[in-house]
Structures are given as structure tokens and as C-alpha cells.
Design a protein around this ligand. Structure first.
Ligand SMILES: Nc1ncnc2c1ncn2[C@@H]1O[C@H](COP(=O)(O)OP(=O)(O)OP(=O)(O)O)[C@@H](O)[C@H]1O
Ligand SMILES: [Mg+2]
Length: 490
């Protein structure tokens, strides 16, 4: 790709970018949220038309106007947010991708050549929205590879994967490299980039600020190249004194429709001024636990209480003035109204400011702009539609809305997923500030580094049961890792 320019209404997403990827190479694309990574790849995949620039693939000039054009040329892309159709079956989704005839047998035959090397391991009759993110992503990967792509773009593929699934994906990426195919790999996790990439290109503010041999770089150098300065670690001040219990989960069980309970007699109390971290591999009860605490679901038995009173269903939070901030796992479906401007999204927080009986448009927009600026959302324009922000900036809007009103309790699920290093630190610092202000913070995260960096106490969720919490000093990563795998080595 050379000289690629793409301007949107108020930002230049790609500002004269050039990028060269060799055959049989894993090429990482790094950059802060909003640096233009997804846009550049959308251009290559025919989803976005560039204003200027030239694309050549295997020696030929190409001009993909649709993903169909890109696939025909031999370029496939797996998106940051899987683009599969939820209410349809896996076989039907493969059919939409040009594979098979919508039946299970047809689908199986169409993907057979590729599943020898990259198994799908997914029930072809299953409805896609019943599948975990990792499997939805697999469907996309297999769907691309079965169309014989020679260049596969993976946009933050590991953000939705557990550590074991990441290992599996890396093995598959290596197989693709071994077969002479090229992979463009986008991730905010520098350790992953250092492990898998042959070369790394860093984008900053829509420009290519350098392509490097991965072997000649360190994670610290890459981080500095991304943000244009060195970054530190978040520092947590100890010596805070937790107060009384505010948020309580008391012997909660949610029975599953089939099979074992989704949650089994979970008990947990979060005190004012502390962060309790819940570690665990995705799919072990995080979602039902979060839904209980968000007031979206009722327990089959047991209660969730805030300040000693049963938590009402979410519809009644506004009237009962429940001051709990919710940072959901899936910002696009549960965190934001994608079709609404940012100011409206901000107004939906747990404690929106009051603007008098008549909404004074000017005052709301000014407040929204200040909030967006304070939380580093780019662009900080309150009239932008949420859908038009980059993934990380969408997450920042959720954080700004939920934490902006000084909530008394916070429930955060994977709050830094998909964020660049600087934004990750900002969010982690915000959570520490909330704790410092006396909020009771429950952090549910599949990122063990994050759990250990922030938590005063750590519990592990496995198979719907909670073990712990343990004081952070009393549990090490090995023990946590074993509990996460269902082994109690203590
Ligand atoms: N359809 C659109 N309309 C308007 N602006 C857009 C659109 N798509 C992207 N942008 C803007 O272009 C810039 C680059 O966004 P892009 O999604 O490419 O970033 P990114 O590097 O992938 O970030 P992230 O790491 O957060 O995913 C951002 O400022 C974003 O707000
Ligand atoms: Mg992106």
C-alpha cells in the first residue's frame, strides 16, 4: 500500500501511509487507539474507499471496492468485532461468506480442504450468537482461509481469547506463515507482537512512523514509538483502609437451562475503598455474575444487595438512585448506543448531571465536550456518532460515562480490553481513583496482569464457583493460575 490517505469528517484516519508486507511474513501493526490501524486494513479489504493511494498485491495493482473483491484477489480479514450474523447458524454464516449451500453437509464439504490444517471444532448447526467470541472468530478465520486467501488480516484477534486460545491461534499463524501466506497482525499486547511478528510497523496519528525487524526491538522501544514517549506502570498506593461492605453477593446460584449451574452459591462482599479482582478463564461464570450485578438477571436463589438492600432490576435503578457504575464486557452491544451521538451516550450514566427542566443544548454539549476531553476521547466532539469512534475510544466513552459521576460502587468487566497502553493505564488509574474516593470496586477480568496490578483481594471464578477472595499478598500467580484451571494446589 503506498501513499494511502483517508479523511473522515473531522479526522484524517490515514495520512499518507505506506506499508509493505512480504510473502510468508507475520507483520504486526501497532499504534494507539485511533491511530488508523483498522481503517488502513478496511481499505485493503475493500470496506473503506481511500481518498488517495495505490494498492498492489502479488505484483498487480488492485482496487478492492467490496470485501468480495478483496477475497477474490486473495486477501481476507477477521475483524476486531466478529462480523458474523448472530441469529443464523454457523453453516448459514459460511454460506453468506460464499461457502457451501447453507446446509451442514454443504458447509462441511466447502471447508474440508482447510479444516485439515485449521480445525473448526464448532457445531455447524449452532446459532452463532450462542457461541463464545473465540468460536465466532474461528468461523471468520476458516471462512477466509477456505477462500484461499494468501494474505490474512487479523484485527486484534487475541482480545477475545483466553491464554490457551492465544497459544492455539499462534500455532495456526505459524502454520500459515510456513505455507507461504502472509499475516497482518494487530494487537495492543506488545509481548504477543514480540513473540509472533517478523516485522512491526508503528502507526501514530494516521502516519507510518517506522517499520522495524521485531528481533531488533524491545517491548519498551515499541511502546515509546507508539506514543512518542516512554510510559511507566500504574502505581497503586497501598495503605487505603477499606470501610464497610457495600456491594454483596450472597449465596447466589443461577441454574443453567441445560447442564450444570451457571453460578453456584457465590458469595462475595466488596467494601468501600477496595478493589476485589475476580480472575478466571472466560466462560466460567463471568457473564452471569456481571449480569446479576448489573441488575439484568435474577438469581435462582440468593440475593445481591447494595448497602444491605436487595438490588432492584436495572429498570428501576434511576428511581431508586442506585449509584453503581457498570462497565460491561461488550461495549458495542451493552455499553453504547452506536447510532446516537456521544453526548446522548454520556447522559445515560448512573448519575447524569442535571441541566434543569429544559435540556439546554449548549450546556449539555459543553459538559459533554469537557468530559470527553478529560477522558482523552478522540475526537472529543459530542456530536460524533458512537459508531464512528475507534474501538478504544468507544471504550473510553463508556468509562467516562460510568466513572464521570463519582459512583459509589463500580463493576467493571475486562475494562481495558482493546485499549492501547496509555489508555489502559488511564483506565486503571481511574479505577484506582474511584477506590481512593471510597468506591467499592469489583473488577472481573481475564487479564491476570491487570488483576494483580489493581486488586486488594483476589478471587477466582471457575465452573461458576468462587474461590477466595484472598488478600493480594496471600496468593501468587501460580496459585491463581491453578485455580483458574480448576486445580486447587493450595
Ligand atoms: N466511519 C468513520 N467515520 C468517521 N470517523 C471514523 C470512521 N472510522 C474511523 N474513524 C476515525 O478514524 C480514526 C482512526 O480509527 P481506526 O478505527 O482506524 O483506529 P485504530 O487504530 O483501529 O484504533 P483502535 O486501536 O482503538 O481500534 C479515529 O479517529 C476514528 O474516530
Ligand atoms: Mg481498530
Amino acid at each position: 500500500m503506498s501513499g494511502i490517505v483517508k479523511e473522515f469528517a473531522n479526522v484524517t484516519a490515514c495520512d499518507d501511509v505506506s506499508l509493505e508486507v512480504a510473502g510468508g511474513e507475520v507483520h504486526a501493526l501497532l499504534g494507539e487507539n485511533g491511530a488508523g490501524k483498522t481503517t488502513l486494513m478496511n481499505i485493503l479489504y475493500g470496506l473503506v474507499r481511500p481518498d488517495r493511494g495505490v494498492i498492489e498485491f502479488e505484483g498487480r495493482r488492485i482496487d478492492p471496492r467490496t470485501p468480495g473483491d478483496a477475497l477474490t484477489a486473495g486477501i481476507g480479514m477477521v475483524h476486531q468485532h466478529p462480523l458474523v450474523v448472530g441469529p443464523m447458524s454457523v453453516a448459514e454464516n459460511l454460506f453468506l461468506g460464499g461457502l457451501g449451500d447453507g446446509t451442514q453437509d454443504g458447509a462441511r464439504a466447502a471447508i474440508a480442504p482447510i479444516t485439515k490444517t485449521i480445525p473448526l471444532d464448532v457445531d455447524l448447526a449452532a446459532r452463532v450468537d450462542s457461541l463464545p467470541m473465540s468460536q465466532r472468530q474461528r468461523i471468520e478465520i476458516v471462512r477466509c482461509l477456505a477462500r484461499d486467501v494468501r494474505l490474512l488480516i487479523l484485527d486484534e484477534p487475541t482480545a477475545v481469547l483466553t491464554p490457551e486460545e492465544v497459544e492455539q491461534l499462534f500455532i495456526e499463524i505459524e502454520r500459515l506463515r510456513g505455507s507461504g501466506r502472509s499475516v497482518i497482525f494487530i494487537s495492543h499486547k506488545l509481548s504477543e507482537v514480540m513473540r509472533i511478528a517478523d516485522r512491526v510497523t508503528v502507526l501514530r496519528g494516521g502516519r507510518n512512523v517506522g517499520t522495524h525487524e521485531a528481533g531488533a526491538m524491545t517491548a519498551a522501544k515499541l511502546a515509546a514509538a507508539m506514543v512518542g514517549a516512554a510510559t511507566g506502570d500504574v502505581t497503586r498506593s497501598d495503605g487505603s483502609k477499606p470501610g464497610r461492605v457495600r456491594l454483596e453477593v450472597d449465596a447466589c446460584t443461577i441454574t443453567g437451562r441445560f447442564g450444570p449451574p451457571e453460578l453456584e452459591r457465590c458469595t462475595l462482599g466488596v467494601r468501600s475503598g477496595e478493589i476485589i479482582g475476580i480472575a478466571g478463564v472466560e466462560g466460567n461464570g463471568q457473564r452471569p455474575l456481571a449480569e446479576l450485578l448489573f441488575g439484568l438477571r435474577r438469581a435462582t436463589s440468593g440475593t445481591v444487595r447494595f448497602d444491605g438492600r436487595a438490588l432492584p432490576p436495572v429498570g428501576r435503578w434511576q428511581a431508586s438512585k442506585v449509584p453503581i457504575a457498570r462497565i460491561p464486557e461488550d461495549r458495542r452491544h451493552h455499553g453504547l448506543l452506536l447510532g446516537a451521538p456521544l453526548w446522548q451516550n454520556l447522559m445515560l450514566g448512573p448519575q447524569p448531571p442535571r441541566f434543569g427542566p429544559v435540556l439546554a443544548r449548549r450546556a449539555v454539549l459543553d459538559w459533554a465536550r469537557t468530559t470527553l476531553e478529560e477522558y482523552g476521547v478522540r475526537p472529543a466532539d459530542p456530536t460524533t456518532l458512537a459508531a464512528n469512534l475507534s474501538g478504544g475510544n468507544q471504550q473510553k466513552v463508556v468509562i467516562a460515562r460510568e466513572l464521570g459521576g463519582a459512583p459509589e460502587a463500580v463493576v467493571a468487566v475486562n475494562p481495558t480490553r482493546g485499549l492501547d497502553i496509555r489508555a489502559q493505564q488511564e483506565v486503571q488509574e481511574r479505577l484506582l481513583q474511584a477506590r481512593g474516593r471510597g468506591a467499592a470496586v469489583l473488577l472481573i477480568s481475564t487479564d491476570l496482569d491487570e488483576i494483580f496490578a489493581l486488586s486488594d483481594s483476589i478471587a477466582v471464578l471457575y465452573g461458576g464457583r468462587i474461590t477466595g477472595p484472598f488478600a493480594a499478598a496471600e496468593i501468587d500467580r501460580d496459585r491463581a493460575g491453578m485455580l483458574m484451571g480448576g486445580v486447587d494446589g493450595g
